[in-house]
Design a protein around this ligand. Structure first.
Ligand code: ADP
Ligand code: 5GP
Length: 237
């Protein structure tokens, strides 16, 4: 049974870590990839739990050694997924979730076209700014320059939403968590078949997942695209 590779991308501050943390307690058999990064730990982050924190020198050596499945420079720091993470998860019979940016997601899709990709959007720039400020305040300092950069970058990242199979809007957290769990379940049903004993539940989960497919979520994401000033499909040449 082949492991499923899930990719989730979202602008910084959208609530991706919050959502992924909740997913951990809901979904079994899903490994959460711990990336390598050259940025320093933030808030209560612990080495090898949130990230493998390392130096630029060491990261560049790993690049030269071909140790990364993908890597990218985001906000002036390197971030990357080690190939070994993928091998270990699949060897253990687990599915794997990568929380990576849009550049890394494009690299993985090229190498592994069967990967299932999910884009998480914040409901609006105002809500995103509010969440970024709140998080910075909780971590001890609000740096307006960093918040401004992340907001500008968010628009650019949202422009890539069409490359993703599923789109979630993180407005109400519980709903986004339910949708993400439904996507994981639906993709597993597609691989394994639906167990007869819970076919009713499976049908409900598959319906939720289906409603999050990019092709079925235009109405829901239109207001978000408009608020961020991202061109909508019907308005493009
Ligand atoms: P990311 O991992 O995408 O950078 P975080 O998970 O750190 O974002 O979330 C950014 C901030 O927004 C945190 O303070 C978090 O508690 C808050 N947050 C996340 N999701 C929601 C939500 N649905 N409603 C309100 N606040 C949220
Ligand atoms: P943060 O510093 O807020 O934790 O993450 C900043 C950005 O880097 C987020 O968009 C996050 O998804 C992305 N990121 C985290 N790990 C990786 C990785 O291994 N590869 C890539 N390409 N991006 C990553």
């Amino acid at each position: 049974m082949a492991g499923i590779l899930f990719i989730i991308s979202a602008p910084s501050g959208s609530g991706k870590s919050t959502l992924v943390n909740q997913l951990r307690s809901l979904v079994s058999g899903l490994e959460f990839s711990v990336s390598w990064t050259t940025r320093g730990p933030r808030g209560s982050e612990v080495d090898s739990r949130e990230y493998h924190f390392t130096t630029r020198e060491h990261f560049e050596k790993m690049i030269r050694n071909g140790e990364f499945l993908e890597y990218a420079e985001v906000f002036g720091n390197y971030y990357g997924t080690a190939r070994s993470t993928l091998g270990e998860a699949f060897a253990a019979g687990k599915d794997l979730l990568l929380d990576i940016d849009v550049q890394g997601a494009a690299q993985v899709r090229r190498k592994m076209p069967s990967a299932i990709s999910i884009f998480l959007m914040p409901p609006s720039p105002e809500v995103l700014a509010y969440r970024l400020r709140n998080r910075s305040r909780a971590e001890g300092s609000v740096q307006e320059e960093i918040i401004r950069k992340r907001l500008a970058k968010a628009r650019e990242e949202i422009e890539n939403y069409r490359d993703y199979g599923y789109i979630l809007v993180n407005d109400i957290l519980d709903r986004a968590v339910e949708e993400m769990a439904a996507v994981v379940a639906a993709e597993r049903f597609r691989r394994d078949g639906v167990p007869a004993e819970n076919s009713g539940d499976a049908e409900r989960l598959m319906e939720i997942a289906e409603s999050c497919r990019q092709a079925n979520s235009e109405a829901r994401i239109q207001p978000v695209l408009r608020a961020f000033g991202v061109p909508e499909p019907s308005l493009q040449s």
